[in-house]
Design a protein around this ligand. Structure first.
Ligand SMILES: [Zn+2]
Length: 373
């Protein structure tokens, strides 16, 4: 992870870089930030920067041997401690971070703005409680007693230190206060108030703000298939939480696939499948149902554009483009014009608590009828 991969946060990046250039790096720092903030991402980018062999004034080089390793989270001088739970293979006390590094690296690649819940579900722990067990404090001390492999900083990144019990936390106080030379503790926490005072008094606190809407929009814009109004809505609803914005985007992508499947059943007039899908839509809840109808609107708009041969106006990714082409072959502009009021009527009734199951089944039958006409 490099600074440039994190949108915004200019002040925070500058202050971290400045501390390196002025040789004033505090040996124990606490990056705290709310859910979906850049606390972990900035700590990772800082670790990359500080060990880069050819850093610039604004970022790590991304090319040197150290950057190559940090990119894959396999730098031998960067150690990770994070909460875990027991598995079939490891008992609670033996489930230490080093046993899960492969999955952890994949998680960092996939969800640098993820939280503890995401990590639990990524690994498959479900809703088990994750903690940093006492055994980790011994691992921390022994990892730091080694000489650094590549001559620069040894870094100990502890994610969610608030999940350390008092015994584990107390066991690292001494090394946190007086770490061996060229050692850097980066604690990445959500809520510093839940940490022991003895820990807090030994770290330099660095509060990471939530993202600005414009930076959330920037990330959403780089993803395919979102209309500007969706981007605005998601950025507004996410309220500075990048994790939430990305999740909404994933859900929307899932909705498009449901919509395609639903339309296929309507075209084929597969009655049993139409009933099944209406039941599924009912179970998925209000927010899903609304975004399904919104998706219907977007795709109808694209179908009209397809009808007038205006592909260049379209913003759809390839998967949806192929679908729209087939859809437009069945639904000419006249048929689309019949569909639009049906969709907006469905939205109207959905807001007024109509039964989703009946509403979507009715809609399916009407769509099937228009397709066949
Ligand atoms: Zn580098």
């Amino acid at each position: 992870m490099r600074f440039q991969e994190i949108p915004g946060m200019e002040k925070e990046k500058a202050s971290l870089i400045e501390s390196v250039q002025a040789d004033h790096v505090a040996h124990a720092q606490l990056f705290s930030g709310a859910n979906g903030s850049a606390n972990l991402a900035l700590a990772l980018a800082f670790a990359t920067y500080i060990n880069c062999l050819q850093p610039t004034g604004t970022d790590a080089c991304g090319q040197c041997a150290s950057c190559q390793k940090n990119k894959k989270f396999i730098h031998p001088d960067v150690h990770f401690i994070f909460p875990t739970a027991a598995t079939d293979k490891y008992k609670r006390e033996d489930a230490v971070s080093e046993k899960f590094l492969k999955e952890w690296r994949a998680f960092l690649m996939d969800q640098p703005y993820g939280n503890l819940e995401d990590w639990a579900s990524f690994y498959g722990w479900g809703d088990k409680r994750l903690v940093i067990p006492i055994k980790e404090s011994r691992n921390i001390i022994s990892a730091l007693s080694l000489k650094s492999f590549e001559g620069k900083y040894k870094i100990m990144l502890i994610w969610y230190p608030e999940t350390m019990g008092p015994a584990a936390a107390n066991a690292i106080l001494k090394v946190l206060e007086e770490p061996p030379g060229k050692t850097l503790f980066l604690l990445v926490a959500r809520d510093p108030n839940t940490l022991l005072n003895t820990i807090l008094s030994r770290v330099q606190q660095f509060a990471i703000p939530s993202f600005a809407d414009e930076h959330i929009k920037q990330v959403l814009q780089s993803r395919e298939g979102l209309a500007p109004e969706d981007i605005d809505r998601m950025a507004y609803e996410a309220d500075g939480n990048m994790r939430q914005a990305l999740q909404m985007q994933d859900e929307d992508a899932g909705v498009a696939e449901y919509f395609r499947q639903w339309m296929r059943h309507c075209f084929k007039v597969s009655f049993a499948e139409m009933v099944q899908m209406s039941n599924d839509f009912q179970k998925k809840g209000k927010s899903f149902q609304h975004s399904l109808l919104r998706t219907a609107f977007i795709l109808l708009r694209e179908t009209l554009l397809e009808g007038v041969q205006a592909q260049e106006v379209s913003r759809l990714p390839n998967a949806e483009r192929a679908f729209v082409e087939k859809f437009a072959a069945v639904f000419n502009p006249d048929k689309v014009a019949q569909l639009v009021p049906l969709i907006s009527e469905a939205q109207y009734h959905l807001e007024r608590n109509a039964s989703p199951k009946i509403l979507f089944l009715d809609l399916s039958l009407s769509i099937a009828q228009i397709a066949k006409a």
